[in-house]
Design a protein around this ligand. Structure first.
Ligand code: G3P
Length: 216
C-alpha cells in the first residue's frame, strides 16, 4: 500500500519523507488555510520539490471554464502535480478533458461507490473516498472502499483508490487488509503507526538489564 501524507505543512512532509515511507502528498483548501495560505502556487511547488510522488492540488474555481483554466495552471507547476476536483457532474467533464490531455486527476469528496464508478469512467488517475466523514454519519467508510474495489476489479479500471479522511491507525490497518492502493494519512496518525506500548516497555526493560550488567 502506498502512503501519502495529507498535509500542506512542509516540516511534516520532510519528516515523513525522512522516515522513508512517503509515496505522495495530498492537500486541500482547508489544509492550505491551516498554513495561512490563500494562494497555493508556491506551496505546491515547494511540496513537489520534496517528493517525486504525486502531489494533489485542489482546484478552487467552480465555474467549468475557470476550473479548467486553474487546473491547467496548477498542472504546469510540476510534472508530479495531480489535479484534485470535487466529484460533481460539471467537474467530471473537466476531469475527462484533463485526463485526455495526460494530466493526473484525483476526484475528491467521494462518498459512494457509484461516484467512484463515474471517476473511473472519465479516466481519473485517483479517486478519494472520505472514510472518516462517512463513519461520522454512521456509514462504514471502509465498506464503501470495498465496494469501489469490487467494481473496479469487475471492469479492470486502473483508477487508484486513495483512502482519505483517515482519522486513526485502525483506518490504515483496515485499508491495508482490504488491499486499498493508497492511504493518505495526517502526520499525527503516521506518528502513531510505529508506536506500541509493549515496544516501549520492552525497550526500557532491555536497557535496564544492560545497565545492571554494567554496574555488576
Ligand atoms: O484527505 C481528505 C481529508 O483532508 C479530509 O479529512 O478529517 O477533514 O475529513 P477530514
Amino acid at each position: 500500500m502506498k502512503f501519502f501524507i495529507d498535509t500542506a505543512n512542509l516540516e511534516e512532509i520532510k519528516k515523513a519523507a525522512d522516515y522513508g515511507f512517503l509515496d505522495g502528498v495530498t492537500t486541500n483548501p482547508t489544509l492550505m488555510a491551516k498554513e495561512g495560505l490563500s494562494n497555493q502556487t508556491e506551496r505546491i511547488q515547494a511540496i513537489c520539490a520534496l517528493t517525486s510522488g504525486p502531489v494533489s492540488a485542489e482546484v478552487l474555481a467552480v465555474e467549468p471554464q475557470a476550473m479548467l483554466k486553474e487546473a491547467r495552471i496548477l498542472a504546469s507547476l510540476a510534472p508530479n502535480v495531480a489535479i484534485k476536483l470535487p466529484l460533481t457532474l460539471e467537474a467530471l467533464k473537466i476531469a475527462k478533458i484533463l485526463a485526455e490531455e495526460g494530466t493526473s486527476v484525483n476526484l475528491t469528496l467521494v462518498f459512494s461507490a457509484l461516484q467512484a464508478l463515474l471517476a473511473a469512467k472519465v479516466g481519473a488517475a485517483f479517486v478519494s473516498p472520505f472514510v472518516g466523514r462517512l463513519d461520522d454519519i454512521g456509514v462504514d467508510g471502509l465498506s464503501v472502499v470495498e465496494e469501489i474495489q469490487t467494481i473496479y476489479a469487475n471492469y479492470g479500471y486502473e483508477t487508484e483508490i486513495i483512502v482519505a479522511s483517515v482519522r486513526n491507525s485502525q483506518h490504515v490497518l483496515k485499508a491495508a487488509l482490504i488491499g486499498a492502493d493508497i492511504c493518505t494519512i495526517p502526520f499525527a496518525v503516521i506518528s502513531q503507526l510505529a508506536s506500541h506500548p509493549l515496544t516501549q516497555n520492552g525497550l526500557s526493560a532491555f536497557l535496564a538489564d544492560q545497565a545492571k550488567l554494567k554496574k555488576a
